[in-house]
Design a binder for this molecule. Structure first.
Ligand code: SF4
Ligand code: SF4
Length: 238
């Protein structure tokens, strides 16, 4: 039958997951960082997800599709599959992470304290709070890190923050888009390099996307790379 149903523009979708939360039928899922309609029969075609999409990636079209199946939706919702967290990322399903029991430290407390010295050299650190003309930004090597990376990666100070100016934010929970502030930072300062530290979960792609957009907006050629941290604390991609 021909009926009204949503369509998702993959190129425009940023994978933020907001539509998943907005769809009461559970018809949407993130697959490889893009929103997908799980099944035509789960979509009622009313478009409750449309206003949730900040990228204007969802539209209503009229096309051949299976009819909306309320019973199938109810059955799916009653299934015991654990639901994703509100951000909708399959990679952020609540889970426990098992760790081997900590071995007793082999170094003295003094040596340990020196090793654990903070490498933070700037304040504020939140992208939203940093003035684009803060003196520490001039000639800086920038680390742009998603909030969760500091908790997942145990050696973030030595491995990533040392010698860099650190800026942090959560692309999922912070309101607004970082690319504007980051563009101003890149335009107002001679930035030597950009290291972007993100989590593996799709919603965290937003911090890398914002940094890349800022690079494009600035028109500057600055060496940059993205490092992806797994929820188990491993470096997955560098
Ligand atoms: S709300 Fe986010 S995940 Fe859903 S379609 Fe729009 S950009 Fe994609
Ligand atoms: S920092 Fe990244 S992983 Fe953590 S909540 Fe925000 S978007 Fe998700």
């Amino acid at each position: 039958m021909k009926r009204k149903i949503i369509t998702i523009d993959e190129a425009a979708c940023t994978g933020c997951g907001l539509c998943i939360d907005a769809c009461h039928e559970g018809a949407l899922q993130l697959v490889n960082g893009k929103a997908k309609l799980v099944s035509d029969s789960y979509c009622d075609g009313l478009g409750a997800c449309l206003p949730a999409c900040p990228a204007d990636a969802i539209h209503i079209v009229e096309r051949e599709a299976a009819p909306f199946d309320e019973a199938a939706v109810a059955a799916k919702q009653a299934s015991p599959t654990p639901p994703p967290l509100p951000c909708g990322c399959p990679g952020t399903l609540a889970k426990s992470i098992s760790r081997p029991k900590a071995a007793p430290p082999e170094v003295s407390p003094a040596a340990m304290a020196a090793t654990l010295e903070s490498r933070l050299t700037n304040w504020p650190v939140q992208i939203k709070l940093v003035p684009p003309n803060a003196p520490y930004l001039q000639n800086a090597a920038l680390l742009i890190a998603a909030d969760c990376t500091a908790f997942a990666y145990p050696d973030i100070h030595r491995r990533f923050m040392a010698g860099k100016v650190t800026l942090i934010g959560c692309p999922k929970l912070d309101a607004g888009d970082y690319s504007e502030k980051l563009t101003a930072i890149l335009q107002n300062n001679d930035i030597r390099s950009l290291t972007i530290l993100r989590m593996e979960v799709p919603c965290c792609a937003g911090i890398a996307n914002a940094a890349k957009q800022a690079l494009v907006n600035s028109g500057k050629l600055i060496p940059w790379h993205v490092v992806t941290i797994g929820t188990d604390g491993a470096i997955l991609e560098e």
